[in-house]
Design a protein around this ligand. Structure first.
Ligand code: URP
Ligand code: ZN
Ligand code: ZN
Ligand code: ZN
Length: 495
């Protein structure tokens, strides 16, 4: 962990461009990116010839040490981040959960949890109710605490769920603060009803989880959230898009010019629901997450949507539980803690599934695993790029080597892995975070407390023109013709 580093002879890849160049790092910052750099003897040199030198991954969606469903996810801000670094991810954005509805109390709890961080992190804030105090705290969180995104859960009835009235209030507040609204899109009332129906039928095993919340409920909630965001005229980010139903709603909205972002997660891209139907409870329960991992066919369609730009960036929804926690639901699938691992596996699986298969380019790999996340959460080009002045968060991937995933060797604290036994081409051999080599020779070297909180500032560009356009925009919603795209932007890298 020298403060001066030279990465020599690799192919440096950014979201739009790749070239053979050296990367010189000093004090945690990228100083120069040029071919044939000459440096002094005190510089640690890493040979990257024949390898790809890329921005460290940014995971837009994690739940470390999350209190949820009567327990707490097993990876905390140290173990989850160590696992992330071993898999080439150098920053994540976690969801702060309010305490008794209080955003400030929730944030204080998460600040405490994050003290042991060994890599950079940011926060989204979940909104679980709405009143004058929440409204005021949303402003404090945006203006003073560096959080520019709020997540609304349309599922988890009786716990995190908000109804349409609260969603609308929240969307309006996000808009007035220049913050991005995010949504967990499943119809929570219908899920509740579906769960009761399954139990009445005597279906108590993990397969009941999927049967009680089918794609139609994700499609409905996605369409509803998109339309309400369109009615308020504010951008929307749909988290963990798991089905064709949801993806098609996003495609339709983007085509019409609405600013909607779609985030698939690795589990939805590469797994299917076959594991959920395993007769062994321990095996089946490890796949339980919400929305559920879908029947074969959905994942392939989501891959296509990622490659054609309908979906823009890949998260994990890393929310890991061990088998004793999953066993809380042995007699009733409703008590199985929802969540799967992925923070360590995301980069390798996206490379293997999307790049090795020829579905996306290497520059697109950088875009969907890092750059787009940095842009959307307004921290680009400090993060998400290998250019002079950016943070030195860098990975070196050897395309000719291979990876293998299993619970024995992974760095997460879970005793299982939903990707158990998977192997593929492309191995992240080195991870550099904040200018320190933290993963090398299959070893993680980190110290608690070395990670920094990264503030995500409120938006200007994302919202520019929206207020001025409101009157004509609202009247255009009444017009019988297809909405004009003039008040919004479209295309691959915009909203
Ligand atoms: O099953 C899941 N996804 N657990 C984490 C909480 C959430 O809904 O994102
Ligand atoms: Zn969710
Ligand atoms: Zn989540
Ligand atoms: Zn672009």
């Amino acid at each position: 962990s020298s403060t001066k580093l030279l990465i020599k002879g690799g192919t440096v890849v950014n979201a739009h461009h790749q070239e053979v160049a050296d990367v010189y790092v000093e004090d945690g910052i990228i100083f120069a990116v040029k071919p044939n750099l000459k440096v002094g003897d005190d510089v640690k040199v890493i040979d990257a010839t024949g390898k790809f030198v890329m921005p460290g991954g940014i995971d837009p969606h994690t739940h470390l040490a999350m209190e949820f469903m009567g327990t707490e996810s097993v990876d905390d801000f140290f173990s989850g981040q160590a696992a992330a670094l071993a898999g080439g991810t150098t920053m994540h954005i976690d969801f702060v959960i309010p305490v008794n509805g209080s955003l400030i109390a929730g944030l204080e709890a998460y600040e405490e949890k994050a003290k042991k961080s060994c890599m950079d992190y940011g926060f989204h804030m979940a909104i679980t109710k709405f009143d004058d105090i929440v409204s005021r705290d949303m402003e404090i969180v945006v203006k003073e605490k560096g959080i520019n995104s709020f997540k609304f859960f349309l599922a988890y009835k009786g716990a995190l769920m908000v109804n349409d009235e609260l969603l609308l209030e929240g969307l309006k507040r996000c808009k007035s603060l220049g913050a991005l609204a995010m949504v967990h899109a499943e119809n929570g009332d219908a899920v509740f009803e579906g769960q009761k129906r399954m139990i009445q039928l005597g279906i108590t095993g993990p397969e009941g989880h999927a049967l009680s919340r089918p794609p139609v409920l994700e499609g409905e909630a996605t369409a509803r959230a998109i339309r309400l965001a369109g009615f308020v005229n504010t951008p929307l980010y749909v988290v963990h898009v798991m089905s064709i139903d949801a993806m098609e709603e996003i495609a339709k909205a983007r085509k019409s010019g609405q600013r909607v972002v779609g985030e698939p997660v690795v589990s939805g891209l590469v797994l299917d629901d076959s594991g959920l139907w395993d007769s062994d409870f321990a095996t089946a329960s490890k796949y339980v997450m919400s929305p559920p991992i879908r029947a074969s066919g959905h994942g392939k369609a989501l891959q296509g949507a990622l490659s054609n730009g309908v979906l823009q960036l890949v998260g994990t929804d890393h929310c890991a539980f061990n088998s004793t926690q999953k066993a809380f639901g042995i007699d009733d699938f409703r008590k199985i803690p929802n969540g799967v691992n992925g923070i360590e596996e995301r980069m390798h699986l996206v490379w293997d599934t999307m790049v090795e298969s020829g579905q996306i380019s290497i520059t697109d790999f950088v875009r969907v695993t890092s750059t787009e996340c940095a842009r959307i959460f307004n921290i680009y080009p400090r993060k998400g790029a290998i250019i002079a002045g950016s943070d030195a968060d860098i990975i070196i991937l050897n395309p000719n080597s291979s990876f293998e995933i299993n619970a024995r060797s992974h760095h997460s604290r879970t005793d299982t892995n939903v990707y158990e036994g998977r192997r593929g081409k492309g191995k992240i051999e080195v991870t550099i975070a904040g200018g320190r080599v933290v993963w090398e020779n299959n070893e993680v070297k980190v110290v608690p407390g070395s990670g920094k909180y990264i503030e995500t500032p409120p938006y200007n560009y994302l919202f520019s023109g929206i207020d001025k356009a409101d009157a004509s925009y609202l009247s255009s919603l009444n017009a019988p013709v297809k909405r004009s795209e003039s008040t919004t932007s479209s295309g691959r890298h915009s909203y």
